[in-house]
Design a protein around this ligand. Structure first.
Ligand SMILES: [Zn+2]
Length: 301
């Protein structure tokens, strides 16, 4: 079999489909679970190969992000499903410009061209939706449980197979970059709660949206804890740049490597995302009463 199609369990029709560039953004990894395909970000060539190799009958999206729905029209002959919160965004992908806060910025025309000409993300129709705790049955009566796990985005779901101690974690991606919460719909507190939900599952094998396959209970736990600690590291950097006297805005904290290490690629887009992610930390610190808002800025309490 081709190297990017990896069977995961003996006698079960479950395959990890690794995306191009090892599933790094702007691609992502997919899963074949029986006759279901989860996400389509692997690349057009790889998707066509999946279509030829497997008898896929239904397509499920873990969430609405462009790198997980790209080129899904290759499967336009089968029905698509997602969480109800993802549906209106996937069906009107221009909403992404507001969620990424890039409308009327230099990044807008570039991104629209990307959505239309590169990843063909306009005109997608969602047939139905799935909810937290819904079960789907694959193959020889293997049960897949859908778990709502927001924070990274609204509508983000993970897919758990208790009897195989397996989960597809979507964009709880365990990447070295760390958690991403750069959409206006993202939420740091919810993201941490979602990671805690995963920590409470009994898992021996996981696949993530961008960093692939992990095996072993201990390793998975270690990676989840390490990933979660990145929130703390970023928060400490932000707190160190705040004072008790002078209010600071998210803009004041840009280009200080709190989120991104480099800014040379698609800079306007990265700065928009970095600003949102810093704001998301401010939102969390406000809830926890560790900072206060003054004028347009934030100060330590
Ligand atoms: Zn995502």
């Amino acid at each position: 079999m081709i190297d990017y199609i990896v069977p995961l369990f003996k006698d079960a029709n479950i395959f990890f489909i690794q995306g191009q560039r090892k599933g790094r953004v702007p691609y992502s990894n997919s899963m074949v679970l029986g006759d279901y395909l989860i996400d389509t970000g692997v690349s057009a060539t790889r998707l066509k190969k999946v279509k030829k190799t497997f008898e896929i009958k239904k397509l499920l999206f873990s969430h609405w992000h462009d790198d997980h729905i790209r080129e899904c029209n290759i499967f336009s002959d089968i029905p698509f499903y997602c969480h109800p919160e993802s549906k209106p965004i996937i069906e009107d992908i221009d909403k992404l410009l507001d969620l990424y806060e890039i409308r009327n910025t230099p990044a807008e025309p570039q991104f629209k061209l990307y959505l239309s000409d590169i990843i063909d993300a306009y005109g997608i129709k969602i047939e139905g939706t799935f909810e937290h705790n819904d079960m789907i049955t694959i193959g020889n009566d293997i049960q897949v449980k859908i778990i709502y796990a927001p924070g990274h985005s609204i509508g983000h779901c993970i897919f758990h197979i208790p009897e195989l101690k397996f989960a597809f974690l979507g964009d709880i991606d365990l990447s070295t970059f760390g958690p991403w919460y750069g959409g206006t719909d993202s939420d740091v507190i919810e993201f941490i709660e979602s990671i805690d939900k995963v920590l409470n599952l009994d898992l021996e094998t996981v696949v993530t949206g961008h960093s692939g396959l992990y095996k072993g209970k201990k390793l998975i736990r270690h990676e989840l804890e390490k990933y979660k600690s990145i929130f703390i590291r970023r928060e400490e950097m932000i707190k160190a740049l705040l004072s008790e006297t002078k209010p600071r805005t998210p803009e004041d904290l840009l280009e200080k490597n709190i989120i991104y290490k480099r800014y040379d690629f698609l800079k306007p887009f990265l700065l928009a995302i970095e600003k949102t992610m810093i704001q998301k930390h401010f939102d969390k610190l406000l809830v926890e009463k560790k900072i206060e808002k003054k004028n347009d800025g934030y100060m330590l309490k």
